[in-house]
Design a protein. Sequence first.
Length: 678
Amino acid sequence: MKIGKVIGIIVAVLVVIIGGGAAYLASLDVDEYRSGIAQAAQDATGRVLKLEGPLSLAVSLTPTVSGEGISLANAPWGSRPQMMTLRRFEVQLQLLPLLFGDVQVNRLILIEPDILLETDAKGVGNWVFETAGKKEAAADSGGAAAIPHIGRLQIEKGILTYRDGVKGETTQIKLTSVEATAESTSDPLQLSIQAAFNEMALKLNGSVGPLKNAFDPDELLQIDLTAEGLGLTAKIKGTAKAAAGSLDARVEVSAADLSGLRPLAGDAVPAKVPLNLSLQAKAAGDKASLSDLKLTLGNSDLAGSVSIDSGGAVPKLTVDLSGKKLDLAQLQPPAKDGAAAKAGSAKKSARPGKVLPADPLPFAGLKAIEADVKLAFAEVVTPEIKLQNVSAVAALSNGKLTLKPMGLTVAGSAVTLSALVDAGRKIPAVAFEMTAPKLDVGRLLNESKTTDLVQGMGKLSIKLSGQGKSVAAIAGSLNGGTSLLMNEGKVKTEAFDAAIGGLSAIMGMMSSEKSEWTVLNCVASRFDIKKGIATSKILLADTEYSTIVGEGSMDLGREALAMKVSPQSKSATLNVAVPIKIGGTFAEPTFRPDELATARRLGGLLGATLFPPAALLALGDLGTDDDHPCLKLAKGGGAKKPAAKTAEQPATGTAEGAVKAPLDALKKGLGSLFGKKK
């Protein structure tokens, strides 16, 4: 509710009391006219005014009327019987102007006023009086009543409560002390207020006025106010047309830290972050804007403008912001012990046996507003990784959000991506594309704190589209594909073997004489996705000790795995290398040796595995050429081999015995990739 309306309600009630008292000043015993004052109030508001305490008059050139035990009835549907109670009031008037019908108040003192403003379930306020229509008709015929000038207003221990009957929310302001003075209605009102908002201390000092302009839509109010509270200091200086609802003011906000906001926002607010904000605020009619905006928040800074136009069918938001640094990691609230674990377990229990969430996504919000957004930051720091040279342009219209080609640099590698979310359709549709032609895979994994076990450069391409109302539904409808191509790199041998729990033993990736690094000659991967089924078109990795080929598919809708990884060792010392079938689900993956292939392997019957060269054509969008080591390998040559070593006896025994220990380690090491914990 607008503050002007609140002030108007309070002033209207006070005018009734003051006007009623002034009408009976000729008598030395105003208490005798108690019923007449109450009747005047009821005629004006349609509510019962009770004057339960004594009324008194001190006669002089500045006569003073005082009273106690005053209450005004609430609306019949209200949450309590009284809309307003007042323990005591005191009004000092100027006698000579009063004789000519001009009410001028030298001083008005209100002790313990308790005012309740509330709405019902339909949003109708208790300040809507039954006599409102009659008063409007009288105003049209006889003109507006003059507002009495109040030279000094004092309030002690007041309470103003607003209860929203639609939302069921209650807000309360306790007025510890209020002092407002003005020489005349042509002068600014000097304010000094000490209050508490929902038990949080607030101070307000400054000036607003002249008050005679407050109800004229063509006249300006001068505003110069300073507010302190919640650890913040806010200053506003400018002009406003209160009756017309317009504003043009400079706003400055500062805080040593944000800990004072925690009573309102909880622990979501980062405490030890200083704030400095300045902007020019303008509002007129359906339009509002924040221009010349400059914000520093801890390590972050941004500048630009924000505007909104609510004159259309839905509001239109326009944002243009840029900065040197946006430190999202610093602004992230501190994690509570066990909070992340509890959140994760809660999600799993809500959908047992599944990894992808089926909760409805908030697509409806995209239809509630239109927007044009431009963002540019030299650096963006997330809790996971740092991004550089981030630039994005997004548009939202008719429920369709379009992220135009967005550029950024991550781990020293340029990345371009674009996205589309169309919530205007019966079933929301999404699309996503990303390309990274020179991706430093090792640096990316290291800087994202994922692993430091891999080094190498690669090319990445992702193109996906789907539809659905949840992540799970979208995944089950996906179409598109992913491509990854890496040239020569290397893998940290011992740490990699420990991290993936026996995979290198099964796959024959490492030498029996382990060096610090194992050479990774190349990696090629292409998955085609159709109706939620991701099918491997090429999955090939070549190290100095083995060549590994993958095949199969993943059902993203059912979250089911049907893959096989087949290794071919290049060394006689690595006979244990056997093909592995990966099945089960994302939540419960299974790993077991291919029995027939294992038996052939142990018998030395399995020959070299070559990948069909035609499959590499699917990597054309990454610029594959004949010199790429994976292409040479697929053609049947060019694979690098390890240095010659003294041959050892091949492993003997059953297939099950040969792979049981490393397979158990593999299940333990890889299970967590899909959410399985052992």
